[in-house]
Design a protein around this ligand. Structure first.
Ligand code: PBG
Ligand code: ZN
Length: 340
């Protein structure tokens, strides 16, 4: 009865026999270099300057814009389930708050600095990342200060961005993450953190390779950061620009970044893998952005696939490419789905 099995092994074709290595669920888990765990996840929060606001964002399933008074009721149960880290985005709604210089970005009474302080005093172990950009606060909606011709003024923008980053760190953010893409901002932020005496306790996470494209729409709905004219193609990277991304990654490593981030994630897995190669001694983060998240929800709703299965498959792809940190709107779901 066993002649067939015997003849396979006797024929010597042993390398073709792979199934045994992943028959059991645990053996399948062992096939991955990195297992998804709760500590890898960073959850994005949109903080409104309207203290009692709690608004569902229609284009971003299950995600809300919340005021300070609504934050802890939302976070308490997530903390209890093992939420480790959040990234904060400020959303100024009050009329007249936006100006050409984005002065509200580091207003000590503004939503981000107030939220950093609230979260620090409420949750001893929660890791707080502050996204640093001006587009939510500028009247023109671009990620810096503009020259007269409507292009970014690099020196002024870097000066302003690095001031804002330092104020967030001084307010208690464990990590500052500039998403503006102005040239040279990593070095400028690092120098100001050193000057302020907090470089030793502040993580500098660079959105190094942030590509322009059509995947940020729901975020811009949430944050109210659509540019009033033009687009971001002259500072965010062109989707085909792999070499440019590699240069930006190397540049930011040399300027003192502690973590390199790639964004979006699933459309740019080769770039994540490049980042892991170029920054082999540092953690690599990937941002599965609003458009990716919304697309997965839409696919599941259309019956193309199961939501949970795709949430895992897309995230496991990001880890396989080389990331060990994932910024994900699925974080609350993963806290339910994962045991560790
Ligand atoms: C702002 C910023 C954006 C995102 C993170 N920081 C939007 C943009 O560049 O227009 C996108 C995140 C997402 O889509 O989930 N600089
Ligand atoms: Zn921006």
């Amino acid at each position: 009865a066993s002649t067939t099995a015997t003849s396979v092994s006797i024929s010597g074709d042993i390398s073709s026999q792979l199934h045994g290595g992943y028959h059991h669920p645990l053996a399948r888990a062992w096939q991955a270099e990195r297992q998804l765990t709760k500590s890898m996840l960073i959850y994005p929060l949109f903080i409104s300057d309207q203290p009692d606001e709690e608004t569902l964002i229609p284009s971003l399933p299950n995600q809300h814009r919340r005021g300070l008074n609504r934050l802890t009721a939302h976070l308490d149960p997530l903390i209890a389930k093992g939420l480790a880290a959040v990234i904060l985005f400020g959303v100024p709604i009050n009329p007249g708050v936006k100006d050409p210089h984005g002065r509200a970005a580091d207003d000590p009474r503004g939503p981000v600095i107030q939220a950093i302080k609230l979260l620090r005093r409420t949750y001893r172990d929660l890791f707080i990342v502050a996204d640093v950009c001006l587009c939510e606060y500028t009247s023109h909606g671009h990620c810096g200060i503009l020259t007269e011709d409507g292009t970014l003024h690099n020196a002024l923008s870097v000066e302003r961005i690095s001031d804002v980053a330092t104020e967030y760190a001084l307010a208690g953010a464990h990590c500052v993450a500039p998403s503006d893409m102005n040239d040279g901002r990593i070095r400028a932020i690092k120098l100001k953190l050193i000057e302020a005496g907090i470089a030793h306790k502040t993580v500098l996470m660079s959105y190094s390779a942030k590509f322009s494209g059509c995947l940020y729409g729901p975020f811009r709905d949430a944050a109210g950061s659509v540019p009033s004219f033009g687009d971001r193609k002259c500072y965010q990277l062109p989707p085909g620009g792999r070499g440019l991304a590699r240069r930006a990654i190397v540049r930011d490593i040399n300027e003192g970044a502690d973590i390199i981030m790639i964004k979006p994630a699933n459309q740019y897995l080769d770039i994540i893998s490049d980042a892991k190669e170029l920054g082999k001694d540092m953690p690599i983060a990937a941002y599965q952005v609003s458009g990716e998240f919304a697309m997965i929800h839409a696919g599941a709703k259309a019956g193309v696939f199961d939501l949970k299965t795709m949430a895992f498959e897309s995230t496991e792809g990001i880890l396989r490419a080389g990331a060990s940190i994932v910024i994900s709107y699925f974080t609350p779901d993963f806290l339910d789905w994962l045991t560790t």
